[in-house]
Design a protein around this ligand. Structure first.
Ligand SMILES: *Cc1c(COP(=O)(O)O)cnc(C)c1O
Length: 409
């Protein structure tokens, strides 16, 4: 077996150096636990960045992958398969949307969504109706379209010029919405809870105002639920708690339990705006990924996981709020369900590094935010275990142990 040092050396030589990884190589997992190649055990509150909502090696997911991979993995979209339509139907019924398009990642879901919005815009207002709006602090992905909607300089610099006609609105600032959006707009893209941006929630009023403005100017209201959706807040979609229904929803991360699968779901007139030959993908919506996604949705329902997310999420929130009272270094607690954060008044990275040493995986984003995206099957005893480590770290304030920076996403 290779040593950790050998793995690191090989990557250093042969990988494009886009990632500043934490110093562990992970080899296996079970439920909320993962193990590194040296056999050390970690409580996983990162969940593969919100992907492993069912934890690791869920029995039903393993079984369905085994069954399907010997039947059919891929056929392309030249042909029908047994599962793509079923998954589309299920997601439409859950979301209130009318049609689905399947792709392979979050950023691709965003690309498809803004193409649909542009096409619909052109249909009602000609080519002049093309402007795209997103929110300050947003993260929508790394391809040129999605990157153009991502309002963070660190991701954008070095890659300009990006898409023309993109503007940003201040989070939860309705006046800003009303002053910037007019008939030349074709889409407003919003994360109901900004994930990478540090777990910042849109207010219900802001989402309602966005709906009103979008209706007034025939603009697609697009909710990016790639991180906050598919059960993470304790509802199937985060917007369902606000009472505001978008025109298009993007999803990805947990959808196929770790296999690459994304989608955008749309209502009319946006659902019919891109017709035959106008969009497509080789891999998207294959029988293996779609069957696993159907199983994911069944497990959420049959194991009562939304209820668990609400219950254990509330407990986690209560415990995090206790740290805010007990430790000066904690500035704010944000989020709910299995998407929560502690904002510190010092850099978060040393805490993340020290937590790994103590067998706890957490993630830092926006420099001072500790982000938690645990599996939906997290139990209160796991929260207790994590809090014990976290409280010790908050009391002792670890100093920076690694000089190099670590990627936020
Ligand atoms: C992760 C993420 C994306 C990008 O998804 P990828 O699968 O990494 O391309 C887009 N939007 C949000 C809100 C995300 O959290």
């Amino acid at each position: 077996m290779e040593t950790f040092e050998q793995i690191v050396e090989r990557e250093k030589q042969y990988l494009i150096q886009t990632y500043a990884r934490y110093p562990r190589a992970l080899a296996s997992g079970k439920g909320v636990w993962v193990f590194d190649i040296e056999g050390r055990k970690y409580l996983d509150l990162v969940g593969g960045l919100g992907v492993n909502a069912l934890g690791h090696a869920h029995k039903r997911i393993v079984k369905v992958i085994r069954e399907q991979c010997v039947r059919l993995i891929h056929v392309s979209n030249l042909y029908y398969n047994e599962y793509q339509g079923l998954l589309a139907e299920r997601l439409c019924k859950l979301s209130g949307m009318e049609r689905a398009f399947f792709c392979n990642s979050g950023t691709e879901a965003i690309e498809g969504a803004i193409k649909a919005a542009r096409a619909a815009g052109h249909a009602v207002g000609g080519e002049a109706k093309n402007k795209l709006f997103a929110i300050e602090g947003s993260f929508h992905g790394r391809t040129f379209g999605a990157l153009s909607l991502t309002a963070q300089e660190k991701y954008r610099k070095d890659f300009t010029p990006l898409l023309e006609g993109v503007q940003f609105i201040k989070l939860n600032d309705a006046d800003d919405l009303y002053s910037k959006i007019d008939d030349t707009a074709c889409a407003i893209v919003i994360e109901p809870i900004q994930g990478e941006g540090g777990i910042r929630e849109c207010t219900q009023e802001f989402l309602q105002e966005a709906r009103t403005v979008a209706d007034r100017h025939k603009v697609a209201l697009i909710f990016d639920e790639i991180q906050c959706g598919l059960g993470r807040t304790g509802s199937m979609f985060a917007y369902q708690d606000s009472g505001v229904t978008p025109d298009i929803v993007t999803i990805a991360k947990p959808l196929a339990a770790g296999l690459p699968l994304g989608a955008f779901l749309a209502r009319e007139p946006f659902a019919s705006a891109i017709g035959s030959g106008k969009h497509g993908t080789t891999f998207g919506g294959g029988p293996l990924a779609c069957r696993v996604a159907l199983e994911y949705l069944s497990i959420i329902e049959e194991e009562g996981l939304l209820e668990n997310v609400r219950k254990v999420g509330a407990y986690l929130n209560h415990e995090l709020n206790r740290t805010r009272v007990d430790f000066d270094v904690v500035r704010e607690v944000r989020g709910r369900g299995m998407i929560q954060a502690l904002e510190l008044n010092v850099p978060a990275r040393p805490f993340v590094d020290a937590a790994i040493q103590k067998g706890l995986l957490i993630n830092a984003t926006q420099d001072v935010v500790i982000r938690l995206l645990p599996a939906f099957l997290l139990e209160e005893k796991h929260v207790d275990k994590a809090m014990k480590v976290l409280r010790k770290l908050l009391a002792n304030r670890p100093v920076e142990i690694a000089a190099h920076s670590r990627a936020g996403v």
